[in-house]
Write a new protein. Structure first.
Length: 91
């Protein structure tokens, strides 16, 4: 799960996402690098859990990455819940 969130955050940094009037990407110097990475990790986590607050929106190829990450997030969360359930029931 952590690998999925981190890798997709890096892809969002490459392709870019809109955050208010700003475009967050690694080549844009509008924000400090630490704040940009934090916002990208936040967006990636929101997409992974399919909460979708809407304060950051994808652009271009980020839309395709977002769709794949949303689906993979649901599958990984479901596997985690099933594994946890099996572990609890085996006791």
């Amino acid at each position: 799960m952590i690998v999925d969130i981190t890798m997709c955050a890096m892809f969002y940094g490459i392709f870019g996402v809109h955050y208010g009037a700003l475009t967050l990407r690694f080549t844009n110097n509008a924000m400090p690098p630490a704040e940009t990475i934090g916002n990208l990790l936040y967006f990636s986590t929101v997409v992974f859990t399919t909460v979708g607050f809407g304060d950051i929106t994808p652009i271009g190829a980020s839309k395709a990455i977002m769709m794949v990450q949303g689906l993979s997030g649901q599958v990984l969360i479901a596997f985690f819940i099933v594994a946890l359930y099996k572990r609890m029931m085996s006791r």
